[in-house]
Design a protein around this ligand. Structure first.
Ligand code: NAP
Length: 296
């Protein structure tokens, strides 16, 4: 297939999700509530700067108030914890997001556990992770897995009974996505295989997938011979690779060798323009929900 007819348009679907938030924002506004989303970025990781910038921009477009606290790379863990404590107690902030990755001297699990679960719009607090595993809809689901679920549902693809193979068991994408999709619940009910670096015969698992999700951070790992013709392919990876032909000497590629996989996939997410915009849309969705709940 050389046309773009099998593409799943993440930008368009994310725009729909954001549009649907507007009436909810309007209802909050009539009650005098403007949702507030506080970002915390530690250090100057270039990708983190871009990601937080995009999230701030989308928040502004929706009328969600945001502010980014930028802390130097060498910030002690105790200082970051003190900032989170202040944000936890400040009623004008309904959502708090600490952008990953954090510097090595900061224990990410301590940081995520220090955010109030009802302001944890990124969904990484152990309470929210636990709720996700238990199938309790009262928690916040991490934005990328939630976005992948929403993306395929809105693209008309059913997870129900499908064999989903996820490549990567990271805490941000693979593991919570597996927990989400294996639930006995509408929009889930999938049979999930979770692969990682110790998986034997990984390509064979991939070829048995109805839906293949690549979330490893390995450039163009998924090749055509790993995909069953007609399978749905979701490319989550964002990898910067050298490319002397480009002005900056680099370019971004996904975890899927798109040019060779697209022709045989049933449906496929472009990258960029697939999962990324959905991650941001689900963050806004979680923030509006947090504001509604905290001010009810
Ligand atoms: P992570 O925590 O580093 O996890 C990577 C996973 O991939 C690990 O489970 C690792 O296995 C596995 N893996 C790595 N190399 C492998 C190989 N050769 N064979 C089999 N498994 C392998 O990464 P993450 O935070 O989940 O992120 C994954 C990717 O998604 C990254 O490219 C990231 O930039 C991207 N991402 C995109 C978005 C978005 O909105 N588009 C959001 C978040 C992340 P082990 O566990 O055995 O080490």
């Amino acid at each position: 297939m050389t046309s773009s007819s099998n593409l799943i348009d993440g930008r368009a679907i994310a725009a729909q999700v954001l549009e649907e938030l507007r009436p909810r924002l309007e209802r909050l506004r009539t009650r005098g509530v403007q949702p507030g989303l506080a970002f915390v970025r530690v250090g100057e990781d270039p990708a983190s700067r871009v990601y937080v910038g995009r999230k701030e921009k989308t928040a502004a477009e929706l009328g969600i108030r945001s502010h980014t606290h930028v802390l130097p790379e060498a910030t002690p863990e105790s200082e970051l914890l003190a900032l989170l404590d202040r944000l936890n107690r400040d009623d004008s902030w309904h959502g708090i997001l600490v952008q990953a990755p954090l510097p090595r001297h900061i224990r990410a699990e301590r940081i995520y556990a220090a955010i109030r679960p009802d302001k944890d719009v990124d969904g990484f607090h152990p309470v929210n992770m636990g709720r996700l595993l238990l199938g309790d809809p009262g928690g916040f689901v991490p934005c990328t897995p939630a976005g992948i679920q929403e993306l395929l549902v809105r693209a008309g693809i059913s997870w129900e009974g499908a064999h989903v193979v996820i490549l990567g068991r990271g805490n941000i994408v693979g593991k919570p996505l597996a927990a989400l999709l294996c639930q006995k619940a509408p929009r889930a009910n999938a049979t999930v295989t979770l692969c990682h670096s110790a998986t034997r015969n990984l390509a064979e698992h991939c070829r048995r997938a109805d839906i293949l999700v690549a979330a490893m951070g390995v450039p163009e790992f998924v090749r055509a011979d790993m995909v069953r013709p007609g399978a749905v392919v979701v490319d989550v990876g964002v990898n910067r690779v050298a490319d002397p032909a480009r002005p900056g000497g680099t370019r971004l590629v996904g975890d899927v060798a798109f040019a060779e996989v697209q022709p045989l996939a049933g449906r496929i997410t472009p990258n960029p323009g697939g999962v990324g915009p959905m991650t941001i849309a689900m963050l806004m969705h979680n923030t509006v929900r947090a504001a509604e709940t905290l001010t009810a």
